[in-house]
Design a protein around this ligand. Sequence first.
Ligand SMILES: C[S@@+](CC[C@H](N)C(=O)[O-])C[C@H]1O[C@@H](n2cnc3c(N)ncnc32)[C@H](O)[C@@H]1O
Length: 278
Amino acid sequence: MNDIIASSTKFYTSCQDGAAGMMALPPKSVKLIYGSPPYPNADRNYGVWKSKDYLEHMKPFLAGARHVLQDDGFIVINVKANRDKATTKHSSKRSLIVEKLAILMEEEFELSCVDIEIWVKGNPVPTGLRCACQDAYEQNLWFSVAPKWKINLDAIRRPYESHSLETYQGYEYKPRTNGLSYVRKQKVIEPNPLGALPLNVITGGVSSKKGIHQAVQPVYLPEKYIKATTQESDIVLDPWMGSGTTGIAALSLGRRFIGFDIFQEYVDVATRSFNQLL
Ligand SMILES: C[S@@+](CC[C@H](N)C(=O)[O-])C[C@H]1O[C@@H](n2cnc3c(N)ncnc32)[C@H](O)[C@@H]1O
């Protein structure tokens, strides 16, 4: 296992529990953990992690993350709070377990919240809900090991909206002395050639990839965080690798990748994709 850290090996995959896999790696060797764990209450072939047990399932993974992340490392957990089942006495309640997970990450694992970003799904799966509005988003819990972090916003800038380009033509923005914000002045300045500052909302379709895995992610999700927090050759790790979306994003961007899953068939599919890509 130590070989992948020391050598120029591009990727390492293994069929095992992701928390144990992280613990077996050398400490402080990974720059970014990005992954999507089994969602609370979702009934999948890998079992159901119920809301009431969810934090206990997640604790070993957070301990593994704290062990393996560099001091300037990050973790991003993509997750959606599925609803508790309706009963004769209760409507189908929206579980608050994702919010509790975020609090656990801050309070027990001493991680600092960069943001809780929202992925708005352009083509959400209809749920037929009658006790609340249709589910159309997921949360990306983005945390840093260091309380004072550095991220590369330039790498994830987006095209300007036409109306903001028009506004730019009429104003100058001057940095405040605190270095954190801008004062608007009546002079023209050029927009940033790299684009507008990124938003904490990601909008896009769910993956149309059908195949061996039930919950394949679109590659643009891990891509955003890999670009913002890592550089070439840094190690990205996904402890719930599935079909290997995080690895595909990482390797395509010239990063190295470590992935774990408890199903050998997923590990095989992911490994095949990585070999084809390289
Ligand atoms: C939501 S899916 C991840 C899908 C993945 N992001 C993709 O795009 O294919 C969660 C994955 O976690 C895996 N898993 C469940 N328990 C695990 C454990 N203890 N250790 C590692 N992987 C686990 C499941 O087999 C499943 O592939």
